[in-house]
Design a protein around this ligand. Structure first.
Ligand SMILES: [Zn+2]
Length: 55
C-alpha cells in the first residue's frame, strides 16, 4: 500500500534528483547524465556558466 500522492500520477521509477548548484532548482536524473550524475552540479549550461564562469 502506498499513500496517495496527488502530485505524482503513476509511480514511475523513482529517479534521483538534487538541487542545481547555481539556481537551486531540483533537477531530475536524466539519461544523458547516467555516466556523470555524481559530477553533475548544474541543471543547464547557463547555470554552469553562472557559477563557473572562470572554470
Ligand atoms: Zn540551474
Amino acid at each position: 500500500m502506498t499513500p496517495p500522492t496527488p502530485a505524482f500520477r503513476g509511480n514511475k521509477a523513482a529517479l534521483p534528483s538534487k538541487p542545481c548548484a547555481a539556481c537551486g532548482r531540483p533537477m531530475t536524473w536524466r539519461r544523458r547524465w547516467a555516466r556523470s550524475w555524481n559530477a553533475v552540479k548544474f541543471c543547464s549550461a547557463a547555470c554552469r556558466r553562472a557559477k563557473g564562469a572562470r572554470g
